[in-house]
Design a protein around this ligand. Structure first.
Ligand code: GMT
Length: 377
């Protein structure tokens, strides 16, 4: 098949999922055309059957807001015509589903649109009255719509009053990259012998509640020798630095900024802490489990579908700092239970969220929507 793929190339999990999916489809012999504003940062090495078409927006002085949505639609249509695309798979509804709809109007009905909802495109932007109607329209006009968790499907239906089918296709993890790495030597860079290492990875946006992570660590650290690694950049980073200082934790908390080799960094840690108040899936929780690192997280959104409470980690309500701290201690102070959780994490990640299985689900979906149109005509 010839598949167009649009995502935000440099930001967050939806870009990672789209890029990794494109690579897996290419491995299966499909031709994949990324239509994005930049080369997706996870693309990495050269693939014979992956192409990149950039979307360069005209910033003519008359425009107060350069028309990304329209330029994207026009580029999608150009690529679809020239490359004879079968499917255009867009990740994140805004504005990608609408741009894809416009492209389809330009190219013709044979171009099939798949929209994958990732989370904040619904759970944040769906509350914006200036956008809600057009998000609903984009969803209704797509040939198929998928969402990354059952929770997100429910929220989309409720918030936007969507009646059409939305298919559940979970995010995935590739066991060739995400497995427990032997990084004992790196551990020594951060922690002394016998100290535990906790990690948090996010874009430091307010929904991630990074200050909760620091407060949880403060409670744990007073009872258990340990270090905290904070990975990522974003608006709440300064506040987190400030809190670390106020709590006198400067020597025990490392801010490592953005990191490329997430599997290696995660493998350094004993536990991942994810305190989000919104999280449709929590790709980083899956990546941690795949590396044998159990997760302490909130019950927000789709997290209970990813982390098995009492098996691959523990879940507590959003803001329950005491509860999460006591679960960190409980798990870290029981070596046998910790080992069991780590093994269960690896098994659960690679079984339920197996990259091959999920790629096949997308492939089947693409085939199905192509066949439906053949049957109709
Ligand atoms: O809004 C974000 O946090 C970024 C967004 C993205 O574009 O990556 O993340 C969402 O999509 C990820 C991939 O499906 C999910 O793993 C994240 O849980 C989801 N973020 C939220 O729901 C907050």
């Amino acid at each position: 098949m010839k598949i167009g793929m649009t995502c935000y190339p440099s930001l967050g999990g939806s870009g990672v999922v789209a890029t990794e999916l494109g690579k897996l489809l290419a491995e299966r012999g499909h031709v994949v055309h990324f239509i994005t504003s930049d080369i997706p940062f996870r693309l990495g090495k050269y693939y014979r059957n992956i192409f990149f078409h950039d979307v360069e927006v005209n910033s003519y002085s008359v425009f107060r807001h350069p028309p990304y949505d329209l330029t994207l639609a026009s580029r999608m249509a150009q690529v679809a015509r020239r490359e004879n695309l079968d499917v255009l798979h867009v990740h994140y509804a805004v504005p990608h589903a609408i741009s894809a709809y416009l492209a389809k109007q330009m190219v013709g009905d044979h171009l099939k649109i798949v929209t994958t909802l990732h989370g904040t495109d619904i759970t944040v932007l769906g509350y914006d009255q200036g956008l809600a109607d057009i998000i609903r329209f984009g969803i209704e006009q797509s040939d198929a719509v998928t969402a990354v968790s059952r929770d997100l499907i429910g929220q989309t239906r409720e918030l936007l009053d969507i009646k059409r089918d939305i298919e559940l296709i979970y995010n995935f993890v590739d066991h060739r990259e995400y497995y427990p790495r032997n990084v004992e030597h790196l551990k020594k860079d951060y922690a002394n012998q016998g100290e535990k290492i906790f990690i948090h990875i996010s874009n430091f946006r307010p929904v991630k509640r990074v200050l909760d992570v620091v407060r949880i660590f403060d409670r744990v650290h007073s009872k258990l020798p340990s270090k905290l690694l904070l990975i990522g950049e974003g608006p709440d980073k300064q506040k987190a630095c400030q809190l670390v200082k106020e709590l006198g934790l400067t020597d025990d908390v490392y801010f490592l900024g953005k990191q490329n080799d997430i599997a290696a960094v995660i493998s350094v840690a004993d536990l991942l802490i994810l305190t989000s108040e919104k999280e449709s899936f929590g790709l980083v929780a899956l990546e941690a489990m795949a590396c044998g690192v159990p997760v302490i997280a909130t019950t927000a959104g789709g997290l209970p579908e990813v982390v098995r409470d009492g098996e691959t980690g523990f879940l507590k309500p959003v803001g329950d700092i005491e509860g999460m701290a006591s679960k960190v201690l409980e798990l870290m102070q029981d070596e046998t239970r910790y080992r069991t959780f780590a093994e269960q994490s690896i098994r659960h990640a690679h079984h339920t969220f197996n990259h091959d299985k999920i790629t096949s689900q997308y492939e089947e979906l693409y085939r199905r929507i192509q066949q439906t149109s053949r049957i109709k005509s």
